[in-house]
Design a protein around this ligand. Structure first.
Ligand SMILES: *[C@@H]1O[C@H](CO)[C@@H](O)[C@H](O)[C@H]1NC(C)=O
Ligand SMILES: *[C@@H]1O[C@H](CO)[C@@H](O)[C@H](O)[C@H]1NC(C)=O
Ligand SMILES: CC(=O)N[C@H]1CO[C@H](CO)[C@@H](O)[C@@H]1O
Length: 376
């Protein structure tokens, strides 16, 4: 016969078997930067909380582990590491989406605690055998890069007009100051860490390199595929061997002619690029041939990838506000969904220049690089 206490026991037994999942958390952080301090963890889970840290176990050099018990059918679990339970890791919470059909999950993370600023560094005089010219490549490495040498970066943006992105002394007008925007968004936990590779434009060759066809009114254009071969065959291997990158696919980014180049790259090379940021794109080029020729005659990317389009509405041609809207509407007809894989922003009052591109740069970053828990 069942007594009440048997029933209570049975209830807890079933509850603990049916509704517990375990997350095995492994964090890597250089011992020599801890100098005897220890890593703690806070977050949600039945054996940890947000008010007081739980000591992790150091299981090998530079390696800390703990098992988190997740009791209810919680779906998203978040946590953060601390040094000596006092110094919080910088950036977004670690997190993962719990798959309730699995008993065990594993999570691997690379926290950092002291650095809020990234850095940009140069690879000078990179030669292109495809284009027979030479240019600098400037790369922004995010805050954790020098502090946690175990981390590799899978979000890598390949950007046009490298001269104008970071450094006042090389910029055309004012730089975009991408480093400041990205540092701030990362530290506030509003985006994941990214690496930004800026490839300088080749001065007078800029127009021909950034355009996929010849515009008879401009009397120029048409070497975008050669330029993109240079990016793929020279720049990507170069940055992958110089920096700790682990991207499977890249983001392509540019403004003006760099905007149509980025959209063209994402549209025609989906095995290389899965996100395209096309700012104030010169969709007027060759009687709007991106809209009337490329989108019509080149098959939609497979898989579709994500596209961000924007414009201002001031100055010559209102910064192609209407041309941009026509491309957006066309892409919707071709299977894109707003705010899922197609993003659009109208910057009211903005002109076609670096000041405005830098000022609104945070918008594509938060759309395309929002921190998201991984399903493990
Ligand atoms: C986990 O903690 C985060 C941050 O405090 C909170 O937003 C979230 O709702 C919590 N999730 C669960 C399942 O309690
Ligand atoms: C900015 O560019 C100039 C000119 O190439 C260079 O001398 C300077 O070191 C650069 N600044 C930084 C912080 O790299
Ligand atoms: C204890 C220690 O060495 N802390 C250092 C870890 O690294 C950051 C930046 O790389 C330094 O600012 C800390 O002082």
């Amino acid at each position: 016969m069942f007594s009440l206490s048997n029933l209570v026991f049975l209830f807890f037994l079933i509850a603990s078997i049916c509704c517990t999942t375990k997350i095995h958390v492994t964090l890597y952080y250089p011992d020599n930067n801890l100098s005897g301090s220890q890593l703690y963890i806070r977050g949600n889970g039945s054996n940890i909380n947000w008010d007081q840290g739980t000591l992790m176990k150091q299981t090998a050099a530079n390696k800390w582990e703990i098992d988190l018990e997740i009791s209810d059918l919680a779906n998203e679990v978040e946590f953060k590491a601390l040094v000596d339970d006092t110094t919080w890791q910088i950036g977004a919470n670690f997190g993962l989406t719990v798959d309730s059909t699995k008993k065990t999950h594993s999570f691997v993370g690379y926290p950092w605690f002291y650095t809020t600023n990234g850095k940009y560094v140069y690879l000078r005089k990179v030669y292109s055998p495809q284009l027979k010219n030479t240019r600098d490549v400037v790369t922004y490495l995010p805050p954790s890069y020098y502090e946690n040498k175990f981390k590799r970066y899978d979000q890598v943006i390949i950007a046009c007009d490298g001269q104008n992105l970071f450094n006042k002394s090389t910029s055309f007008l004012v730089p975009w100051y991408i480093q400041n925007t990205v540092d701030e968004l990362i530290s506030e936990g509003k985006m994941e860490e990214v690496v930004v590779v800026g490839i300088d434009n080749a001065g007078e060759q800029r127009t021909v390199e950034y355009t996929y066809d010849y515009d008879p009114t401009v009397k120029d254009g048409g070497k975008a595929d050669v330029y993109l071969d240079f990016v793929e065959d020279v720049v990507l291997p170069l940055v992958n061997s110089n920096y700790r990158l682990s991207a499977k696919k890249y983001t392509t980014l540019g403004s003006s002619l760099g905007g149509i180049l980025s959209c063209y790259a994402g549209w025609t090379r989906p095995s290389v690029y899965d996100k395209s940021v096309c700012m104030s794109s010169s969709f007027w080029w060759n009687s709007e041939s991106f809209n009337t020729n490329i989108l019509v005659n080149k098959p939609a990317p497979e898989p579709l990838g994500s596209f961000y389009l924007d414009s201002g509405d001031q100055g010559d041609g209102k910064d192609d506000e209407e041309e941009t809207i026509r491309v957006r509407e066309h892409m919707k007809k071709l299977g894109y969904t707003m705010d899922q894989n197609l993003f659009y922003y109208l910057d009211k009052g903005a002109y076609h220049n670096e000041y405005y591109w830098g000022k609104r740069f945070w918008i594509p970053m938060t759309y395309l690089f929002a921190p998201s828990p991984d399903l493990v």
